[in-house]
Design a protein around this ligand. Sequence first.
Ligand code: ATP
Ligand code: MG
Length: 401
Amino acid sequence: MRLTHLALTNFRNFTRLDMDVPAGAVLLVGENAQGKTSLLEAVYFLATMVSFHASSERQVVNFLEARQPLAVARISAEFSRGPQNHQLELRLIQEANGLNGEAHLRKEVLLDGVKRKSSEAVGQFNAVLFLPQMLSVIDGAPEERRRYLNLSLAQVISHYPATLAEYNRSLTQRNALLKQLAERQGDPAQLDYWDASLASSGAQLMVARIAAVQDLERLAARTHSELTRGKEVLRLVYQPAYEPLPQKPGQLAMPLNAPVDRSSLTVETIRKGLLEALIRLRSEEIARGVTTIGPHRDEMRFLSNQVDLGTYGSRGQVRTAMLALKLAEVGWMHKKTGHWPVLLLDEVLAELDIPRRQDLLQRLSQSEQALLTTTDLDLFTPDFIARTQLWQVAGGRVSPS
Ligand SMILES: Nc1ncnc2c1ncn2[C@@H]1O[C@H](COP(=O)(O)OP(=O)(O)OP(=O)(O)O)[C@@H](O)[C@H]1O
Ligand SMILES: [Mg+2]
């Protein structure tokens, strides 16, 4: 997979950008606040159709443009996927008709000139993103891990984005109904439809997550063992909020220290079990006014030598595990799609010690295309710089240097 051309209009501080993108490693060099991260953000949008800044998607529209009544930011790209060339355009349109008159961002997607739903466009172009703040996937809140899983899976499993959207819709409706039943009573049978819908989409999400965590663990553990010179064993543990495996009476969750294999469970088995559990919990959930089980409450833990890195990991241990996970994601995407994803690395080198830095640079040189950002060229070996295209980023402009 390779990006060949990128054009931006009113995307953050890029009022206008139009550039061909070379293959191999491209090093974006620039001082602070010049647009390096924004450029990677734009490219990542093409893979996932969302920003990697979870909360602030509306803020991508250039702020001068955003004062206009119908402001539009545009990301347009050409890319090659094996022998095929494609064109992908994402328009982010700021509309003033959101809740409480707040601006609302509408997305329009064109793939090869044809309008598509954004859930259909996700994963046409694949990218893996490395950000220093991504350590929070390991040591932050559970949402971060679910978001990580969702963004990676959406790129690789074609039904995932639509299934996730359906799940979230059903969840919102079900929660609203639960609250309504708690406050004003009514017939609980109104929940039947949403229970069925939630169980059906939820089971598909869970099966995808079970397989992905298992694949990622296998790949990440191998890299992690190399990075720690065999001293540490990394494990990824999926902890579904609804446990589909039979449990002993009184047992609250599967033990962390023994591997649990859920790979033989089918969508149908999980759907049935999840539906039964929702019905069993019905009166409790009406009283609480929320849905308490299902993929929106799933957890994933990272263990090194049986120690939970989220709680007890040192900074260095968390960094190493994250690097192993990201490299695993690259190999996993290749395995699942048949193409190497484009790598986007924002200032990550600065975070790593010298052996890890060299290791990462060496692995990078195997990829078809990688975009790296830095404020400091000295982090890179002369040998690496010689094999890299250097681009200067200044004030929302990019020029070869
Ligand atoms: N919607 C927007 N419109 C215009 N400018 C914006 C918008 N959003 C962010 N900016 C500005 O764009 C500039 C570039 O930000 P960016 O994060 O890409 O910089 P950077 O080169 O990665 O810097 P650093 O080295 O500090 O990470 C910043 O000055 C930021 O304030
Ligand atoms: Mg930056």
